[in-house]
Write a protein that binds this ligand. Structure first.
Ligand SMILES: [Zn+2]
Length: 51
């Protein structure tokens, strides 16, 4: 495997991961309080203060 093909593979992986994150953003669900929105966490949810 050459360096060029390695760099191409990394680029494809980065793009695929970015697209995956965009897709999961629409179906966002908090693992703690189960909120469907990032700004709709429960008052005692630790993710409320994150980001
Ligand atoms: Zn939450």
């Amino acid at each position: 495997m050459t360096f060029a093909s390695l760099a191409y593979l990394v680029g494809v992986l980065l793009i695929a991961r970015a697209m995956l994150q965009l897709g999961t953003r629409e179906a966002y669900c908090c693992p703690v309080c189960g909120s469907k929105r990032e700004d709709g966490h429960a008052e005692d949810c630790p993710w409320r203060r994150a980001s």
